[in-house]
Write a protein that binds this ligand. Structure first.
Ligand code: SAM
Ligand code: DTB
Ligand code: SF4
Length: 330
């Protein structure tokens, strides 16, 4: 077990042996959240420096290869057919167009290309062209990632055979809050898919969304679930809710900036060897807020002018930020 942090004392150095196999409890992670802000960020920064070069950042570029019309009812998502958003439903993109976008992303410096599809899960006929996308993007010398929803038996192996490096499948929110956000599948369904991905030898990218009306305890519980996946995900995207008009969360307030930074810090301390990605919501963040997230241990980001359906800071703004902070892309 990990030492329970003392809210009133200077934090001790996090156990450098806090690997994925050491189980965290919700009370322990809640105690991290409850630390004075400076102590929490200092502790996260120490853990970060034990495992990574604190001046390096990993960059992934996203593309939506199949947009809109999704059968699921995720309350935050612009792509659910049940949400009355402006989005036009589109067909699967041609492989050649995806490869052209990957080349452009590589030229701008992205090391990983992440292809997302608005599916509950891929149908067999849809999987074939996606396998071609993976093979061709990989042949460019980029790391590949896809996020296609829940996988059926055998699909993860096909993805692995095509050379897939990462599969993104978020736990999204704590088990006890999940039903208030999504009713068409359970969090356990998603945990099962992550198990399939692991079994096939593909790296796991899994994180969640902050600011959907969940409590601090819910946030701590989500971090615990991720950290205790055993092993923890190699990549942990922490999304700040983008409140999209037409979704049930259009008017959701979100969390205070410092609470978001606390969540990043808790992810860093509990998953010391993972890349913690500052994900959706970055466009609305100031440079100073992003710098706080990096101080708290975020060392990865989505890079490129668009996420899936919403905006991201443009590449020039990010380059200027790297320059100001002396951050080096890896
Ligand atoms: N359909 C697949 C799935 O659900 O895994 C892949 C695409 S889905 C859009 C990928 C992730 O994007 C979600 O799990 C969620 O964490 C994140 N996301 C979607 N809409 C968001 C929003 N409005 N704000 C923040 N994150 C969002
Ligand atoms: C993740 O955790 N965040 C990305 C990626 N994985 C697929 C998606 C963010 C989507 C934000 C809303 C949108 O652009 O539609
Ligand atoms: Fe959106 Fe993915 Fe949920 Fe579909 S399954 S509504 S694409 S988050």
């Amino acid at each position: 077990m990990n030492a329970v942090p003392q809210a009133v004392q200077a934090p001790s150095v996090a156990p450098s042996t806090a690997t994925a196999s050491s189980a965290w409890s919700v009370a322990e992670v809640e105690a991290l959240f409850n630390l004075p802000f400076m102590d929490l960020v200092w502790r996260a920064q120490q853990v970060h420096r034990e495992h990574f070069d604190a001046n390096e950042i990993q960059r992934s570029t996203l593309i939506s290869v199949k947009t809109g019309g999704c059968s699921e009812d995720c309350g935050y998502c612009s792509q659910s057919a049940r949400n009355k958003t402006e989005l036009e439903r589109e067909q699967l993109m041609p492989v050649a167009d995806v490869v052209a976008a990957a080349k452009a992303a590589k030229a701008k410096g992205a090391s990983r290309f992440c292809m997302g599809a608005a599916w509950r899960g891929p149908k067999e006929k849809d999987l074939e062209p996606v396998l071609d996308m993976i093979r061709e993007v990989k042949a460019l010398g980029m790391q590949t990632c896809v996020t296609l929803g829940m996988l059926k038996d055998g699909q993860a192996e096909k993805l692995a055979d095509a050379g897939l490096d990462y599969y993104n499948h978020n736990l999204d929110t704590a088990a006890e809050f999940y039903g208030q956000v999504i009713s068409t599948h359970t969090q356990q369904d998603r945990i099962d898919t992550i198990g399939e991905v692991r079994k096939a030898g593909i790296n796991v990218c899994s994180g969640g969304i902050i600011g959907m009306g969940e409590s601090r305890r819910n946030r701590a519980a989500l971090i615990v679930q991720l950290a205790n996946l055993n092993p923890a995900p190699e990549s942990v995207p922490i999304n700040n809710l983008v409140a999209i008009p037409g979704t049930p969360m259009a008017e959701t307030k979100g969390v205070d900036n410092f609470e978001f930074v606390r969540t990043i810090a808790a992810a860093r301390i509990t998953m010391p060897g993972s890349f913690v990605r500052l994900s959706a919501g970055r466009e609305a963040m100031s440079d100073e807020m992003q710098a706080l997230c990096f101080l708290a241990g975020a060392n990865s980001m989505f890079y490129g002018d668009k996420l899936l359906t919403t905006g991201n800071p443009d590449v020039d703004r990010d380059e200027a930020l790297f320059e100001k902070l002396g951050l080096r892309p890896i």
